[in-house]
Design a protein around this ligand. Structure first.
Ligand SMILES: Nc1ncnc2c1ncn2[C@@H]1O[C@H](COP(=O)(O)OP(=O)(O)OP(=O)(O)O)[C@@H](O)[C@H]1O
Length: 761
């Protein structure tokens, strides 16, 4: 707790610099900020204003290092940089960005140096290490190579400024001729400048950049360039202030940054008050889960003091829920976790059902087991007119999905997205089979997850009705508290949660939504829904409005990927083809503006004649990485993704023959540690690896042969199945931070476009 009244903030770019400092200097910096907060004017800190500058000050961190600070107000300071004391301070520039209203700081010398280091060959002007810094103004090679067209010649200075580019960088931007130089500039430029320039460079139009990159972070009101205090409060100034945050920045390095520095668009979503359910979409790696976690923390901070768990954080499977729990713990410790229930949605539904039917003891089975039960039933009946998969989908998506309770209702039920038209006579047959199927499951003491969800939804909706009825009676009785607010178990009858936050929303079943809707009162900030329909890998397509969840006017999008490089992102988008995706509410969602400022090598393609050779190729690639100092990667940061369990086992076997240890990713996470992770595509949702190898991406496997067969017989189902198969491959590809290697044998999957350059395997 700071008692001196001094506020000390740290600019996110300064934090990046500090991370690169030697350990001892980091320690000294931590002590420095404590002393500074206690009294900035202590003699030992040597606080002094830089010559001729009204706001920029320097202070002593240790004998060698100085902190540079902007004085925002009397006792309000912002650390913008930590530098060696010999560093020259006369080319520093700071100001309030006219578009975002955020504070920006640029060390022109550092930026120009970074660009100069990347001059195109023959590099007649490359500076020797330790050479004196370039003089003011744009860097000029000693002997001019033939004039190359500069990258941003097409746009005027004013146009770039209107997009939010930092003004002091315009001269150096005008000198850029190669992508490499641009990356050199982006490394040290303010965040928005980097995003704008890379988007333009990658071919986005001026208006698209304005709409998708600049507008979401533009200031809402007029910007006063002299008002630094106001500027510091805007989300565009990405800062942190707390002691713990500073410690975190020093100790956990890059891995902990998500806890401290939110992108302005992320920060807005975390803090915004909504009058009803709100939804956040965005491509893979844009920080949707990070926003969900910070949102939970924000909501908990608004709760009245107490010990109850009034916030639910839920997602669609056990593995992801476990991950959310550990990340929430990292973010806010036990104190935060104590106010939040983190559970996966099926588990929550099962708890509701068990609470209502204690001792029912039914075994819950998954979709594969259920399809086997359908097959057994059809065999027993000698029925061959229907496929078990078709009946199972019809039963879960139409009958259970729409809570169809009677045969006549089923005759009228909408079957959107189900393909094959079926008439009244066929519906009568299906209805009868579905009845037999549920009787069979009952007899065997089994239930499916869809049944559990449906039952939980009904129970919760009933409970909400009782709550509302009691509230009405209470009102009629003049607000007197003489009505028994008891539920069957004798507890007080009230809504289970005050706020619900949902991650990976695209894969929840319709009944889950009904259940969740009934669990929280219809008040401000009730439901916060995060998901990306481009990553839907199950068949649960919903229209939230029809399930009582109205998000119109409260939707927002994240578009900057923090995970994947621009090169991977471009190839991954190619996998989706031109297909359209829904927005969970009957409309359309797109990945327009989806971008990254990270750069790396292009993804590679590796063709092989057969599966055996392909597996050998995978082993050879891993060994190649192991043998190189530059490419070597800890094995647990490498994953191999394949279409089937059988193929996963076979890859594991081949790797073992080459002495490479691997662990299988199961439904509840990796089965062990310390080896290359191998799993089927379904297992990769929510995971992240430094290197992804995606194998078996062969036509007939991706998508499966059976899908092709539907093309003529059932075009609607064909389109839906193709879309899901594309999403599966898209999810796998976007798990990669640095590299993706796509392997196939025979004919490559039709989902791969020309961007998959063939590697040297
Ligand atoms: N503001 C941030 N600062 C630093 N890192 C961030 C930030 N936001 C997200 N990240 C990092 O980016 C990666 C992806 O974030 P996250 O998992 O939240 O994305 P997502 O949109 O939920 O992805 P997916 O849809 O693929 O599951 C994580 O490693 C996360 O730590």
């Amino acid at each position: 707790m700071n008692t001196s009244g001094v506020t000390l903030r740290l600019l996110d770019k300064a934090d990046k610099e500090i991370l690169k400092l030697p350990r001892a200097v980091k320690g000294a910096f931590f002590d420095f900020q404590h002393k500074f907060k206690a009294n900035p004017h202590t003699a030992g800190l040597k606080l002094q204003q830089l010559k001729g500058d009204s706001r920029l000050w320097s202070a002593r961190v240790n004998d060698e290092y100085r902190a540079l600070l902007l004085r925002l107000a009397e006792d309000d300071w912002l650390i913008v940089s930590v530098r060696h004391r010999k560093h020259v301070y006369d080319r520093l520039s700071y100001g309030v960005n006219q578009v975002t209203g955020g504070i920006e700081y640029v060390d022109l010398e550092v930026v120009e140096d970074s660009v100069l280091r990347r001059l195109p060959a023959p590099a007649t002007s490359v500076q020797a290490p330790g050479a004196p810094p370039a003089p003011a103004g744009p860097p000029a090679p000693e002997r001019q190579p033939p004039p190359a067209r500069t990258l941003f010649a097409e746009w005027t200075g004013q146009q770039l400024l209107d997009l939010g580019v930092a003004e002091p960088l315009l001269p150096v931007i005008r000198t850029l001729t190669t992508e490499d130089q641009l990356l050199g500039l982006v490394e040290y430029a303010p965040q928005l400048t980097g995003e704008v320039l890379l988007s333009l460079f990658d071919g986005a139009s001026y208006t698209d950049v304005l709409d998708q990159v600049t507008r979401p972070v533009a200031a809402t009101g007029p910007v006063d360039p002299e008002d630094f205090e106001a500027a510091a409060r805007r989300p565009a100034t990405v800062v942190t202030t707390t002691d713990e945050a500073l410690r975190e920045a020093l100790e956990s390095g890059d891995f902990g940054r998500w806890k401290l520095f939110l992108h302005p668009t992320q920060a807005k979503l975390v803090e915004r008050r909504h009058r009803g359910p709100a939804r956040v979409s965005g491509g893979p790696g844009t920080g949707k889960t990070i926003v969900a976690l910070h949102r939970v923390q924000h909501l908990v901070r608004q709760l009245p003091p107490g010990r109850d768990t009034s916030v639910l954080l839920t997602t669609y499977n056990k593995n992801l829920a476990a991950d959310l729990r550990s990340r929430l713990l990292e973010l806010g410790g036990e104190e935060l976790l104590a106010r939040v229930e983190v559970s996966h949605v099926d588990q929550l539904a099962l708890r509701i059902v068990r609470e209502a039917e204690p001792g029912s003891g039914k075994q819950t089975i998954d979709d594969n087991q259920a399809v086997r039960e359908w097959r057994a039933l059809l065999d027993e009946l000698g029925e061959s007119a229907w496929e078990p998969e078709f009946l199972h989908d019809e039963w879960t998506q139409v009958i259970l999905g729409q809570a169809v309770g009677a045969r006549t209702e089923y005759f009228r039920a909408r079957r959107a997205g189900r393909g094959t038209n079926i008439g009244r006579g066929e519906r009568a047959e299906i209805w009868q089979l579905a009845e037999r199927f549920t009787q069979r499951l009952d007899r065997l003491g089994r239930q499916t997850w869809d049944q559990v969800a449906e039952r939980a939804a009904r129970l919760e909706m009933g409970r909400e009705q009782r709550i509302l009825q009691i509230a009405r009676q209470r009102e009629e009785a003049g607000g007197l508290d003489n009505i028994h607010l008891m539920d069957s178990s004798g507890g007080w009858l009230r809504y289970r949660y005050r706020h619900i936050v949902v991650d990976e929303a695209q894969d929840l079943r319709p009944a889950h939504w009904k259940m969740l809707r009934a669990m929280t009162p219809r008040t401000a900030d009730d439901l916060f829904i995060v998901g990306d329909t481009h990553q839907r890998i199950y068949k649960n397509q919903v229209t939230l409005g029809s399930l009582g969840i109205h998000i119109r006017g409260r939707s927002a999008k994240l578009s900057l990927s923090y995970r994947t490089t621009r090169q991977i992102l471009r190839s991954a988008l190619g996998i989706l083809g031109g297909t359209t995706y829904d927005d969970l509410d009957g409309g359309e969602d797109t990945l327009a503006g989806y971008r990254s400022v990270l750069s790396g090598s292009r993804p590679s393609g590796h063709p092989f004649p057969d599966w055996g050779a392909e597996r050998e190729g995978i082993a050879a690639l891993i060994k190649k990485w192991d043998a190189s100092e530059e490419l070597s990667t800890p094995h647990e940061r490498i994953a191999i993704c394949v279409p089937t369990n059988q193929m996963a086992a076979e890859v594991g076997y081949t790797l073992r023959l080459h002495g490479i240890h691997s662990v299988e990713i199961r439904a509840d996470g990796p089965d062990g540690s310390g080896g290359v992770h191998i799993g089927t595509m379904f297992r990769f949702k929510g995971l992240e690896y430094q290197r992804m190898i995606i194998a078996g991406v062969t036509d007939g496997l991706v998508p499966r042969e059976a899908v092709h067969a539907l093309r003529d017989t059932d075009p609607v189902r064909y389109r839906a199945d193709i879309q899901r198969a594309r999403s599966l491959l898209f999810v796998a590809t976007t798990r990669a931070r640095d590299t993706v290697d796509m392997f196939w044998h025979g004919k490559a999957s039709p989902f791969l476009d020309g961007s998959w350059t063939v590697g040297d395997s």
